[in-house]
Design a protein around this ligand. Structure first.
Ligand code: SF4
Length: 294
């Protein structure tokens, strides 16, 4: 039995917004949702492994209430665990509407609202205030998630946080999905070699993505490439997946040695995920070329 494992569940990559910095191409063009087979696989995994936390992310997961409520009900102790929803906050046009909407979920303990006014997102300041009020009324934890592409945006982000008086997580825009296409990933001023000793950023978690399966990755490797080896149909298969084992156990420097791919001292590889993407995709490319040459 797995203990203290957080599951990130992506019920769909469908989103009502289409932000420039989106890390996974989510948007109105992504229509697919979970199949019955996938729901059964989630059910089996959830009942056997009892994850300590569920995080619903997307896409815009708040558009999939029925699916989310069904998944929550699979957990043997859903009323005792933390369950969070990452949302763009589209429904918080008034506090009353936000309360009504959040009450439709079987259980939530935490709302994380993306507020990325820097990148063509349609989030509005008043929605943040309404969502904060709604969470206070329903006794839910609330925080903002703000992503930045440049150190200059850090100052603006801090001013916003002060203005709202809420807690916030500030993250860097990764070079994945639409952010990569639009060339708006965070620009590192110089190579940060501490990345050599860092591990996968999703070490405590398992990701489940609709129409793909279970994986460790929640970033560049799965959103910039279509790599079947990174996905498994069940939790048991995932745990025996050699790439999962490698990412769980090794630092980027150790992975570089095991895959026999040298790390590059380029500022853009200061990010763990960009580095990881480079190591694995170079390894797979080299292997394919060797296989073709045989
Ligand atoms: S890109 Fe690599 S380091 Fe980043 S979340 Fe995916 S597997 Fe982990």
């Amino acid at each position: 039995m797995l203990k203290n494992v957080r599951w990130h569940i992506v019920p769909s990559l469908f989103c009502n917004y289409s932000c420039d910095h989106c890390c996974n191409h989510s948007g109105p063009q992504m229509k697919k949702s979970l199949s019955q087979k996938e729901l059964q696989s989630l059910k089996r995994g959830m009942m056997t492994h009892n994850p300590s936390e569920l995080q619903f992310v997307g896409g815009e997961p708040s558009l999939f209430i029925d699916e989310i409520n069904e998944i929550i009900s699979y957990h043997n102790h859903y009323d005792k665990i933390n369950i969070s929803l990452a949302t763009n906050g589209w429904f918080a046009t008034t506090t009353t509407r936000a309360i009504k909407y959040l009450k439709k979920f079987k259980r939530l303990t935490h709302i994380q609202m993306s507020f990325d006014i820097f990148h063509n997102s349609r989030s509005k300041k008043e929605y943040v205030i309404n969502m904060d009020q709604a969470c206070k009324t329903l006794n839910l934890n609330f925080n903002l998630s703000i992503t930045i592409t440049d150190v200059k945006e850090l100052v603006l982000a801090k001013e916003l946080i002060q203005e709202f008086g809420v807690s916030a997580a500030i993250g860097k825009v990764e070079s994945s999905g639409r952010a990569l296409i639009n060339g708006i990933a965070f620009k590192y001023p110089a190579y940060d070699n501490s990345v050599v000793d860092k591990r996968c950023t999703n070490l405590e978690g398992i990701t489940f993505i609709a129409n793909k399966g279970f994986t460790i990755c929640s970033s560049n490797l799965i959103f910039n490439h279509d790599i079947p080896e990174m996905f498994s149909e069940s939790i048991e298969d995932l745990y025996s997946n050699k790439y999962f084992q490698l990412l769980k156990k090794c630092t980027m420097g150790e992975i570089s040695k095991k895959l026999k791919v040298e790390m590059l001292n380029d500022p853009k590889y200061s990010s763990v995920c960009a580095n990881c993407e480079y190591l694995f995709t170079t390894y797979w490319k080299n292997n394919n070329e060797k296989n073709k040459a045989k």
